[in-house]
Design a protein around this ligand. Structure first.
Ligand code: NDP
Length: 279
């Protein structure tokens, strides 16, 4: 029977570790604060933002809320970020994405001081990741590495196939798996023979953004399957990019949705906030 990787339990473990680090820093006189910027009131973004604030409260990080109107200009948002960059009592800056269409996300990400870039999206953070220098790691892929390590799943020497090449999941995932000495293949919408390529994987990371697309036809017997996707169906039920029930009998381990990768992203954000003190 496949092991169901418990992302909720592992994320709790990480949050407990962060909590201890926050206490230790406070004893030395260092408080940690995260500025959380939300533009507009998209319901999905509001859920993410609230979960992040709750996690901050849990681990003892102060969260500062900046809620801006949907109509805020790019200039006003950039000015706020510059202000937050200057504030010595702000350690991390998180701008909840996506932003409204009239605002250039790249410009906003680049405006964040790399020392406060706790999401790990700034080109400097990405560059540091690529060449193995210290910097913030993108939270979702970093969380997946923790899920694998803390479930005693060996990465070194394994065939790792990633479906998806986005800047926030697929690409940083590839670099992190490479860093752990995996043999990495990145696939995307133009990949030929996707099923065949996926069937080579000992570790298959799925970040396509298509509900339940990955069935057992893509999975080698005994593979580890990590499902990054999050979708809500018309009844409000969550599912991933992987058809969990179909794949479960053939894999050796799998992350469920909900309760797999999702909780790890926030735990790693908390971890990055503490890291901001040392970077
Ligand atoms: P994007 O839409 O940015 O990227 C999707 C990737 O999948 C692209 O590289 C695309 O290829 C590829 N793709 C799409 N269709 C196919 C196909 N038929 N065959 C092969 N490849 C395909 O998504 P994200 O990376 O941002 O997110 C992926 C999923 O993960 C989403 O469901 C998202 O909600 C979820 N997510 C979950 C997080 C969490 O915390 N659990 C965090 C971030 C995302 P191409 O580049 O060629 O277009």
């Amino acid at each position: 029977m496949a092991k169901i990787i418990d992302g909720k339990a592992i994320s709790k473990e990480i949050k407990e570790e962060v909590k201890e680090q926050v206490v230790a820093l406070r004893e030395k006189g260092t408080e940690i604060s995260l500025a959380v910027v939300q533009v507009g009131c998209d319901p999905a973004s509001s859920v993410y933002v609230n979960n992040k604030k709750k996690a901050c409260e849990y681990v003892g990080i102060r969260s500062l809320s900046y809620e801006l109107e949907e109509t805020v200009s790019e200039m006003e948002l950039l000015n706020l970020i510059r202000e937050l960059n200057q504030k010595t009592d702000v350690n991390g800056i998180l701008v909840q994405l996506p932003l409204p269409k009239h605002i250039d996300e790249d410009k906003v990400i680049k405006a964040i001081d790399p020392k406060k870039d706790v999401d790990g999206f700034h080109p400097q953070s990405v560059g540091a990741l690529c060449i193995g220098q210290p910097g913030f790691l993108s939270c979702t892929p970093a969380g997946i590495i923790q899920l694998l390590k803390r479930s005693d799943i060996e990465i070194a020497g394994k065939e790792c196939v990633i479906i998806g090449r986005s800047n926030i999941v697929g690409k940083p995932m590839a670099i992190l798996l490479l860093r752990e000495n995996g043999t990495v293949t990145v696939t995307h919408s133009r990949t030929k023979n996707l099923q065949e390529v996926c069937k080579r994987a000992d570790i298959l990371v799925v970040a396509i953004g298509r509900p339940k697309m990955i069935t057992r036809a893509y999975v080698k017997e005994g593979a580890v399957v990590i499902d990054v996707g999050i979708h809500r169906n018309e009844n409000g039920k969550l599912c991933g990019d992987v058809d969990f029930d179909d794949v479960l009998p053939v894999c050796s381990a799998i992350t469920p949705v909900p309760g797999g990768v999702g909780p790890m992203t926030i735990a790693m954000l908390m971890h990055n906030c503490v890291d901001s003190v040392n970077l």
